[in-house]
Design a protein around this ligand. Structure first.
Ligand code: GTP
Ligand code: MG
Length: 618
């Protein structure tokens, strides 16, 4: 399969997105709706992000209130755009500082950041910037006022630290630095804004501080669910100036341990101080290198795809939706205990289940339920009935005509009547006794159970559902199949005619003999001279004709019955075969095909989701 071939090599972002979209479509209605919606939102988000400037890298400073996001924002941009305050929370809406803003307008529109400021590559103010005319702040010169934040007691431009020596022309070109509100805010709007932007930006800088770096709020809600985003994340421990060097060292070590536990081993961790400028050059060059290689946007999308695929795999394996589509982090809503990347997500294996082996038992059970044994028995009886009517002793034949044909009694009439291709009516086979219906249900349940053995719970449920999906049509379908099946050849056997004629001939001989004898008896009674009586050996002919006729008639009738019994058995076997084929067809169409469709859907899902996860299982 196309997707499988691709697995052998590293899968491109395009391929992974394609896999995710297909997996989401296949999971629709089968798996947790949030996981499916999350995957779809990643696909659509990726489509939009790829159409926007890939020369720009949106980097967000995120963290708890008071951690120093705005201070770092000002420092990195060499401005006093952001309000730094002591009243918490200070920042209420995100704003952007742009280095080489040309072409970034649509990206900022998509990020929905109206407050944008162009910054000179060397970190100095370059004045107002109004991309798309959307409420851009007007600012001029270092320390100029900007934005709409309420001014804090410390005013603006609190920190003017000459720390970014390596931040030269071109290094930061394309950087879009975002100062976010606090994620742990008492203002729910702040949290929503953070969640929205954490989901969209290309690179995340988590600004932690010595007091709150171990807070569950940031680790459980954001960092763990974003474990797949190692390559597009930087963690900063700010305010290290508040600690002694030894304490800062210990703090960083502890934070590294926590990050490892979050599944974020290898994520860059930098200790900085917005007050002293310590660590700023390192952070600056880290950001500059990420901005320069212009790959963060793709790495971000790849991580999103992986996380959404993990969520689908979790949902598929019946582990429940630990991730949902309504929060930050690749459509993965970070919730209590949600771990999307650090957990080993169960690998998915395509099942090798076939429905071929299920056809036999299911057909048997449905045949029984459809009254096939009754029909088969009627076919044999009808054959014998007609045979006797055609070959029996004339008197027996005559009596037979008053007995109904067993097939007609079931409204199955003669085969010829049905081969005309006209509409097929209902039969009178007693198909729906409670027992038969429950046998039918049991048969379907067993087939579904066998087909779904070994499947994860949600897919097993989908298979069971598929097996029952045409339950309403089954009874009618079976009855119609029985009614439409040709139950044997239309032509009457040749020997019936021969035997029938022979019966008439011996009957005539017997009659002739009887009349002859009666004539002789009458002449004897009237004392008339006996006429010449021809004999065959010792036996007079009339006696021979009478007794021979009777005996021969009986013999022909007996032989015919034996032949009819054998013929009936043969026809019954033929009818059973034909009926079984028809019932098998119904079983396939109404039960096994839907089941096979669901199994194939699961197989395609596992292939697609594996491609989306890049076949690396994490
Ligand atoms: N000592 C010290 N104080 C800092 C440092 N960084 C920021 N601060 C102070 O911490 C307080 C909060 O700083 P902000 O930059 O407003 O923090 P924030 O993360 O933007 O806060 P919100 O906007 O409320 O989310 C201010 O009083 C800053 O002066 C630092 O590195 N060292
Ligand atoms: Mg702030």
């Amino acid at each position: 399969m196309k997707l499988l071939k691709r697995r052998r090599n590293a899968v491109s972002l395009d391929g992974r997105l394609e896999g995710l979209a297909e997996a989401a479509d296949l999971a629709d209605g089968r798996l947790d709706a949030d996981a499916v919606a999350g995957a779809r939102s990643v696909v659509s988000r990726a489509g939009v992000r790829r159409s926007l400037s890939i020369d720009h890298t949106a980097v967000a400073l995120a963290g708890a209130t008071g951690s120093g996001k705005s201070s770092l924002f000002n420092l990195l941009s060499g401005t006093a755009l952001a309000t730094v305050g002591v009243t918490r929370p200070t920042t209420s809406t995100a704003q952007a500082a742009l280095w080489r803003s040309a072409g970034s307008g649509p990206l900022l529109d998509w990020l929905d950041i109206p407050r944008r400021h162009e910054v000179s590559p060397a970190g100095a103010w370059s004045g107002p910037e109004t991309p798309a005319g959307r409420g851009a702040a007007v600012a001029s010169g270092r320390g100029a006022r900007a934005g709409d934040d309420a001014g804090g007691p410390e005013g603006r431009g609190a920190a003017v630290v000459p720390g970014l020596d390596g931040w030269t022309e071109g290094d930061a070109a394309g950087l879009i630095l975002l100062d976010l509100p606090d994620h742990d805010s008492i203002e729910s709007a702040h949290r929503l804004e953070v969640d929205r932007l954490v989901e969209l930006v290309d690179l995340l800088v988590w600004v932690l501080d010595p007091q709150k770096y171990a807070d569950a709020a940031v680790h459980e809600r954001y960092l763990r669910p974003l474990a797949r985003h190692r390559d597009v994340m930087v963690v900063v421990l700010n305010q290290v100036d508040r600690l002694t060097p030894a304490a800062a060292e210990r703090c960083l070590k502890d934070l590294r341990r926590l990050l490892d536990e979050d599944g974020l081993a290898g994520v860059p961790l930098v200790g900085v101080s917005a007050r002293t400028g310590a660590g700023l050059p390192e952070l600056g060059s880290l950001l500059a290198s990420r901005v320069a290689d212009r790959r963060s946007w793709a790495a971000r999308l790849a991580a999103d795809v992986g996380t959404a695929a993990d969520a689908l795999v979790r949902a598929s394996s019946g582990m429940g939706a630990l991730t949902a589509g309504s929060g930050p982090g690749a459509g993965a809503a970070p919730g209590a205990g949600a771990r999307s990347g650090s957990d080993a997500v169960a690998t998915v294996a395509a099942p090798e289940v076939s429905v071929d082996g299920l056809a036999g038992p299911l057909t048997d059970a449905l045949s029984e339920a459809a009254g096939v044994p009754t029909v088969v028995e009627a076919v044999a009886k009808a054959h014998r009935h007609r045979s006797v009517a055609a070959t029996g002793w004339p008197l027996t034949r005559w009596i037979r005509r008053f007995r109904p044909d067993p097939l007609r009694r079931l409204r199955l009439s003669t085969p010829g009547a049905r081969s005309s291709g006209g509409p097929v009516g209902r039969t009178s086979i007693p198909v729906t006794t409670v027992v038969q219906r429950s046998r039918m249900d049991t048969a379907i349940r067993e087939a579904a159970g066998a087909a779904s053995a070994g499947l994860p719970a949600p897919w097993a449920a989908a298979v069971r559902q598929a097996a029952r999906s045409h339950g309403d049509e089954l009874e009618d379908g079976l009855d119609r199949a029985v009614a439409a099946t040709s139950l044997g050849p239309v032509r009457r056997p040749m020997w019936w005619r021969v035997a029938g004629l022979a019966q008439w001939a011996v009957f005539a001989a017997m009659l002739a003999g009887a009349l002859w004898l009666i004539g002789l008896l009458g002449m004897d009674y009237l004392r008339l001279p006996q006429p010449y009586l021809p004999t065959a050996g010792e036996l007079p002919w009339p006696t021979l004709l009478l007794t021979g006729g009777i005996l021969l008639g009986l013999l022909i009738a007996l032989l015919s019955r034996v032949a009819a019994w054998l013929g009936g058995r043969r026809r019954a076997r033929g009818a059973a075969r034909a009926l079984r084929a028809s019932i098998g067809q119904v079983a396939r169409e109404l039960v096994l095909d839907p089941v096979a469709g669901e199994l194939s859907r699961y197989r395609r899902f596992t292939e697609a989701v594996t491609v989306a996860r890049n076949g690396d299982g994490g």
